[in-house]
Design a protein around this ligand. Structure first.
Ligand SMILES: C[S@@+](CC[C@H](N)C(=O)[O-])C[C@H]1O[C@@H](n2cnc3c(N)ncnc32)[C@H](O)[C@@H]1O
Length: 372
């Protein structure tokens, strides 16, 4: 972190008396100014009936919280995630811009490549189905839903988010309601989108059998399978084909050492460790040679395989993890590719089943959200 620059501090004080307080934590003047603008506008929007003197006392107390490294999103209560708003609090990770870029690339490409050719235009009875594993406060699920509504598809869709954490799920369900109340999502989102509690690492006998696939020793289905099935099967009772179209996941993927070395104070103080670092005790069905930071990927792939998903999209921590995850998917029969983020880092691994028509996942994005 850069040192506090005394002359800069006095320059900031001349601009606004609260800027030095914010600068103490950010150490970046532009960020301190951004925080001040955001907090001021929050007060002017949500506390506009307060007398000016009370508004200024409130502003001071919010700046103090920010100076103690509390995330801006926690203070104002929401995080903007492209065109949806996500409730923010200690129970869940604050959604990141890398995740937003992954979802928008997927949605843009679904629009430009997939739905244009989708054979189900001739079979409007079948819903489009998305399973978001490790959903947290639901940003991926809710943004996908918003984008799919905007496409006005000739058939319906269903999006299901699964997470182990009840505090995170409370934020996800609250975010769904919040977006409906604000008119960002339609009321029917209450039927089309759902969130479910479940532990995706809960070991069960594997669908691959002993030692057949990289990453697993033995295998099967976890407790949440039936709940997932009943959510997707509600409307189309009989379905012999793939149960879901796509599985998407941003799981915990930070190593224990990376947690201490690479994350900031604000993250460690205010965001749940369970959202970032996979548990030390690996499930019985994850092979010993899989790195601790990678253990969610083979477990989630099992869900994609069980539900015969046509495609799978993962967020990873970067180039090395992406190449390990890509190899794991290939060993399990997926066609694969990677997407780079806006810094040129391979942050997403995509996989699709041969002959499903989903090889467009590797075409260059048309709407400028990707940089590879
Ligand atoms: C990196 S966060 C992602 C949250 C959200 N999808 C996002 O992109 O902002 C990972 C999530 O995985 C959840 N999680 C951790 N262990 C889990 C488990 N065993 N089963 C299901 N979810 C788990 C955490 O609660 C957390 O919400």
């Amino acid at each position: 972190m850069p040192r506090i620059n005394r002359s800069l501090t006095s320059h900031l004080r001349q601009k606004h008396k609260l800027l030095p307080l914010l600068y103490r934590d950010t150490r970046i003047p532009e960020l301190a100014e951004f925080d001040l603008r955001t907090l001021t506008s929050h007060i002017l929007t949500h506390h506009k009936s307060l007398p000016p003197i009370q508004q200024s006392t409130l502003l001071k107390s919010l700046c103090r919280r920010r100076a103690r490294a509390e995330p801006l999103e926690h203070i104002i209560g929401t995080a903007q995630f492209y065109d949806v708003e996500i409730l923010s609090g200690r129970g869940a990770l604050i959604p990141r811009t890398e995740t937003e870029a992954m979802v928008m690339r997927l949605c843009d490409d679904l629009k430009n490549y997939h739905f244009i050719n989708d054979k189900r235009r001739r079979n409007p009875a079948r819903n489009f189905r998305v399973l978001d594993i490790c959903t947290g406060s639901g940003p991926i699920a809710l943004l996908i839903a918003k984008q799919l509504y905007d496409l006005n598809l000739p058939y319906g869709f269903r999006v299901l988010g699964v997470d182990i954490s009840n505090p995170a799920l409370k934020l996800a369900r609250g975010s769904l309601e919040y977006n409906i109340k604000k008119g960002i999502l339609p009321k029917r989102a209450r039927q089309d989108v759902n969130f479910l509690q479940g532990d995706v690492l809960n070991p069960r006998p594997s669908i691959y059998g002993d030692g057949k696939a990289q990453g697993f020793n033995s295998l099967g289905k976890s407790e949440v399978h039936d709940d997932i099935k009943s959510f997707f099967m509600n409307e189309d009772q009989v379905d012999s084909g793939p149960m879901v179209d796509i599985v998407i996941a941003n799981p915990p993927y930070v190593s224990a050492s990376g947690y201490w070395e690479d994350t900031g104070r604000s993250v460690r103080l205010y965001e749940p460790e369970i959202a970032l670092v996979p548990p030390e005790k690996r499930p019985d069905n994850v092979a010993d040679d899989v790195l601790r930071e990678d253990i969610f990927y083979p477990a989630i792939e099992e869900y994609a395989a069980y539900f015969k998903s046509k495609a799978i999209i993962f967020e990873t921590g970067g180039d090395k993890q992406s190449s390990r995850v890509k190899a794991m998917l290939e060993s399990r029969g997926w066609e694969t590719g990677t997407w780079k983020d806006f810094r040129g880092i391979h942050r997403n691994v995509v996989g699709w089943r041969k002959d499903t028509g989903w090889n467009w996942l590797l075409l260059p994005s048309k709407d400028g959200m990707s940089y590879d």
